[in-house]
Design a protein. Sequence first.
Length: 276
Amino acid sequence: MHQILAIILAILLVGCSSKPLAKFNVNQNPKTIVTANKFNLGEVLTHSYFFEQANKNQNYTLYIPNSYDESQSYPLIILLHGLRSNPNQIINYKGIIPEAEKRGYVIAAPYGYNERGWYGSRGKGKDGVAFGKADDPENLGELSEMDVMNVLEIVKKDLSIDPQRIFLLGHSMGGGGAIHLAATYPQVWTGLACLAPSFNGKYSSLDDLKHLPVYVVTGDKDRLVPVRKIRRLVEEMKQLKMDVIYHEIKGGRHFRTITHNPEMIAEVFDFFDQNQ
């Protein structure tokens, strides 16, 4: 009898410890990620394409609102995750899917090659702290940037996207990546929002995106990306007379202040709506 109880307990523990696929809920009813390249509306979809330059299949995450009608054109958000995160995690930050659904936004979240590619913001290589590992390709940064732009072109080809309403939204590493991509391809984007951005570039690069509206938010108790760095970044933007909105959250930190803050995410979408 004791042996039977031990086996049952072990099975229950295994079941409880396994992590489910990323889920979301507009109405608090979870839906599982759909695999393969389907275009189901109102579901978080895992898509893939063959990344020729990297010689591998590359995943990205896609959300298409229930209101989607191919006879209309829709705004697109390219969503960039942080270091050691992934597309499925960031698309499930509280507020992102409900706001996209309510306002009719398509969301595409590239991997950026892997969870540490920095989207090209730290150069084409892989050297440096919290950057590439030994088994990563030597041109990790270049591939990371390329993956984002590949996904952008794929989504524009597959769906009815308004080229005048394409936004960047990134957290931490993704926020720094958003600034880099906006400066590198300034005519592609309509605006960008950077959540506690880890920006490692030169301030001079801001000159290339000074025509774009920017929303920046961070917590004043962030220990990973200190608030003094964000204040300096915003000040540089203001010196260029950029259209920048800065929101500093009192007592806010790097993760939960961003990942569990639907009110702040609603403000980001308000910003996008106002700059279409």
